[in-house]
Design a protein around this ligand. Structure first.
Ligand SMILES: Nc1nc2c(c(=O)[nH]1)N(C=O)[C@@H](CNc1ccc(C(=O)N[C@@H](CCC(=O)O)C(=O)O)cc1)CN2
Ligand SMILES: Nc1ncnc2c1ncn2[C@@H]1O[C@H](COP(=O)(O)OP(=O)(O)OP(=O)(O)O)[C@@H](O)[C@H]1O
Length: 291
């Protein structure tokens, strides 16, 4: 299962990854959407792909994934070394910034991650309790917010976002991350955001490293990139406004522009929130911040 998933993934990436000299430049605000949607120069039209091109591209990809692994391990080490009281100050600063943001206050349907403290992820607990306090059973209250959280379905980068109304809806999975069971206490299937009738306004995203141009390095499962791409396609099909993608980052997780290796499968974020403040990256972010 895992091996065939990886093979499929390599196939997908081979179809879209240009040679390194054509990798997209920093996703500047104006080019942000072009960066997410289309390869600047893909291999998709170059048929048939020659064996030489295939093997060169595979080597390039291997190199990129290797660089990602090296960077992940560096950042993991630095995260483990942060003083707990500094981390807690940073958690508070980040959550205050989000909670005061107009785009957070006005959001009605959100997807957010449940912090895994062992992985040293930015805390979302205060934000989640704020969201859940504003949730009513029938969703009728003014300012009511609906919350969807991740559930890993299998190792082929497949994750769903399911609706919860309380933190009691969560149980620890095999990776020790809290997630919802597919059915609630009454045996009813939880709403899957991909099947919901209304659009998600906002995603709060975890990650290991970020840059100020919107690049994001995840934990290597490809779960979020796969999910975000599918959700963006759905929003496009339904003529919905695209959700705002907001990454939460400790100070040390923001690294120099260009230092995060990316493939065209990596979905860039719109906003980066760190204790130093909020960085709007895309035009969508500037619009939502009314700048
Ligand atoms: N809180 C949270 N929930 C999430 C994610 C996440 O990053 N954070 N995911 C986002 O994809 C999905 C789960 N993916 C995960 C991928 C790796 C690891 C993990 O424990 N990684 C270890 C290294 C494991 C190894 O390589 O041996 C680590 O990063 O230290 C956890 C979750 C869905 N839910
Ligand atoms: N050498 C490789 N060649 C092709 N695909 C690979 C290679 N190594 C890992 N992968 C696949 O790439 C995906 C990981 O992608 P990536 O490193 O971009 O994830 P991420 O951005 O860190 O994770 P997420 O999207 O969950 O935050 C996984 O599905 C993995 O199976």
């Amino acid at each position: 299962m895992w091996r065939s998933g990886l093979r499929q993934r390599v196939k997908e990436l081979l179809m879209i990854l240009p040679p390194p000299s054509f990798l997209p430049p920093s996703p500047s605000p104006t080019h942000h959407l072009a960066f997410t949607k289309k390869p600047l120069l893909g291999l998709a039209n170059a048929s048939p792909c020659s064996a030489v091109t295939m093997s060169t591209t595979t080597n390039n990809l291997d190199e990129i994934f290797k660089q990602k692994r090296v960077l992940r391990s560096k950042v993991r080490k630095s995260l483990k070394a942060i003083d707990p009281s500094l981390r807690s100050q940073e958690d508070d600063a980040i959550q205050s910034l989000v909670s005061e943001a107009a785009w957070f206050k006005s959001s009605q349907r959100l997807c957010a991650y449940i912090t895994c403290y062992a992985l040293r992820e930015v805390d979302t607990s205060k934000l989640l309790s704020q969201i859940l306090q504003n949730t009513t059973k029938d969703g009728s209250a003014q300012n009511a917010k609906k919350l969807y959280v991740p559930r890993v379905e299998d190792k082929n980068s497949h994750m769903r976002m399911l609706n919860i109304s309380s933190m009691d809806d969560l149980i620890a999975n095999s990776m020790d991350i809290l997630e919802p069971a597919p059915v609630d206490q009454h045996g009813n299937a939880r709403e899957d955001v991909m099947l919901a009738n209304d659009p998600v306004d906002l995603f709060l995203l975890p990650g290991l490293a970020f840059d100020k141009s919107g690049r994001r390095l995840g934990r290597g499962g490809g779960y979020y990139d796969t999910f975000l791409r599918k959700y963006q396609d759905l929003a496009r099909e339904r003529n919905w406004r695209q959700p705002l993608l907001v990454a939460l980052s400790y100070s040390l997780q923001i690294i120099d522009d260009g230092a995060i290796p990316v493939t065209l499968n990596d979905v860039p974020v719109d906003v980066l929130v760190s204790p130093a403040g909020m960085i709007p990256i895309s035009q969508a972010a500037l619009n939502r911040m009314q700048i």
